[in-house]
Design a protein around this ligand. Structure first.
Ligand code: UD1
Ligand code: CA
Length: 474
């Protein structure tokens, strides 16, 4: 069928009270995207001519997200009339008046539903000339779901909501998954006939299916093969369950693509992350956002990484890394904090207990121990001594520092920005560098050392120190 004749309506107007959250349910995050983002990405991948999210509760916030990430979607607003049927009617109003194709209806809280499942439902719907096709699931615990009522010969009759069901109906394990394909014209006319005489006083979309049968139209209900695909999220327990299952599937897909994952149970990978062949992920690692790890790199154990690029063969151990670029063969950690704008060159090193921010550290350069590098550019093959602080803040404004290539700075230096250290320069241990250092110079400003002879023996008599000093001298 032509994509011009397909629309997808995504229901996202409900209040999601069971989340008990200030944030709208569909904006809760799952593997790096809001729930609604997963659904709209799937709808967009189907290539439908019209993608129509229906909003109401916290509509400004949700609409802002939709406009930013799915600008071709047409946002519809639900009015005061409650219920999924009314929500779909409002969605239909956003379509061109003469639209007469197929309408897929799904929910913003069913994030794992995928393109193949929708394509196959749509295919069966069109091939059989149905007015409505309903996706169902046979579940262990049908509590809360609409039950699928079938005739003795298995034909679909109607959907009865949990709160409207009698004792026999409550025993039925086949439930409405909340995913449908309708013929647009039939859907419009059926919804016009649906009332709200039910336990919740709402206009139910589910009643449109029974109405179509009543009008002599063809309606089918098809069970999905994999129940996870239609798992709906109503509360945070379900959110955590779906998150764990999705993460397991993401890990499995990467394992099949050549990534070693030591412990999928403690490794969390957003859907937006990219991994190369022979990447190794060790336990307790979270990879988020637009993180991209290239072939042969090892990340973990216990790395939290956001929006970061790691090049071939690099190693990152027990560190927190955001918005950074780590070069080929470079090494980071253990116990370092790389903040936005950190760029570590090939074979460079950011070692143990080091914090970096907006810091460009050239190829082969090292910041191995106990340092802060903020707003600095360091050339190639330089070594920054242990315990060095780039003092970038004068209390009012931030300033930058530049260190050349092949520089050796002593331990426990302070670089008071703005400052420039030339190529091949040295600085002595304990230097507070306040003036620029020319290429090849040695900078030192440490006061000369004085040793007061026998000070301990005369000023601290009777102490263990004095005793030890006395012994050493005699
Ligand atoms: C709905 C179905 C039920 C099905 C279940 C599957 C109806 C009447 N019932 O029940 O048969 O088993 O989904 O998960 O459709 N929404 C709106 N506007 C509204 C009400 C809801 O947009 O006025 C949206 C919600 O934001 C949500 C979706 O529709 O995304 C489903 O609503 P929800 O209240 O969760 O319906 P269920 O009670 O779960
Ligand atoms: Ca629901």
């Amino acid at each position: 069928m032509s994509e011009q004749r397909l629309a997808v309506i995504v229901l996202a107007a409900g209040s999601g009270t069971r989340m008990r959250s200030a944030k709208p349910k569909v904006m809760h995050e799952l593997a790096g995207l809001p729930l609604l983002g997963h659904v709209l990405a799937t709808a967009t991948s189907l290539g439908a001519a019209h993608v129509v999210p229906v909003v109401r509760h916290q509509k400004e916030l949700i609409s802002k997200y939709i406009s930013a990430y799915f600008p071709t979607a047409v946002i519809a607003e639900q009015d005061d009339v409650p219920g999924t049927g009314r929500a779909v009617e409002c969605g239909l109003e956003a379509l061109p008046a003469d639209f007469d194709g197929a309408v897929i209806v799904t929910s913003g809280d069913v994030p794992l539903l995928d393109v193949p499942t929708l394509e196959s439902l749509l295919g069966e719907h069109l091939a059989g000339g149905y007015a409505a096709s309903i996706l169902t699931a046979v579940v262990e615990d049908p509590t809360g779901y609409g039950r699928i009522i079938r005739s003795n010969d298995g034909k679909f009759i109607q959907i009865v909501e949990h709160r409207d069901a009698d004792a026999d109906q409550l025993e039925i394990a086949e439930v409405n998954a909340g995913v449908y394909v309708f013929d647009a014209a039939n859907l419009r006319s059926a919804l016009a006939k649906v009332g709200s005489h039910n336990a919740q006083g709402e206009k139910y979309l589910t009643d449109a299916a029974a109405e179509l049968l009543h009008q002599g139209k063809r309606v089918q209900a098809l069970a999905v093969a994999d129940n996870w695909l239609v798992a709906g999220i109503n509360d945070r327990v379900q959110l955590a369950e779906v998150a764990a299952e999705l993460n397991y599937r993401i890990c499995e897909a990467w394992q099949r693509a050549g990534v070693t994952i030591q412990d999928a149970g403690s490794t969390w990978i957003d859907v937006t992350v990219q991994l190369g062949e022979d990447v190794t992920l060790l336990a307790g690692t979270q990879l988020k956002g637009l993180t991209h790890i290239s072939a042969g790199a090892t990340v973990g154990p216990e790395v939290y990484m956001v929006d970061t690029q790691v090049a071939e063969g690099a190693t990152v151990v027990k560190s927190h890394v955001t918005g950074s670029i780590i070069g080929a063969g470079a090494s980071v950690g253990p116990f370092s904090f790389l903040r936005a704008g950190t760029e570590l060159g090939a074979d460079g090193k950011i070692g143990t207990f080091v914090e970096t921010k907006n810091a460009k550290i050239g190829a082969g350069s090292k910041v191995p121990h106990l340092s802060y590098v903020g707003d600095a550019t360091i050339g190639e093959q330089s070594n920054i001594g242990a315990g060095t602080i780039f003092a970038n803040y004068d209390g009012v404004a931030k300033h930058s520092s530049t260190v050349g290539s092949h520089v050796r700075t002593g331990s426990h230096n302070v670089f008071v920005a703005p400052i420039t250290i030339g190529d091949g320069a040295y600085t002595a241990a304990g230097t507070v560098v306040r003036r620029n250092v020319e290429a090849g110079d040695l900078a030192m400003n440490v006061a000369p050392q004085r040793n007061l002879a026998d000070w301990v023996i005369s000023k601290r008599p009777g102490t263990k120190a004095a005793e030890a000093a006395h012994k050493a001298k005699n």
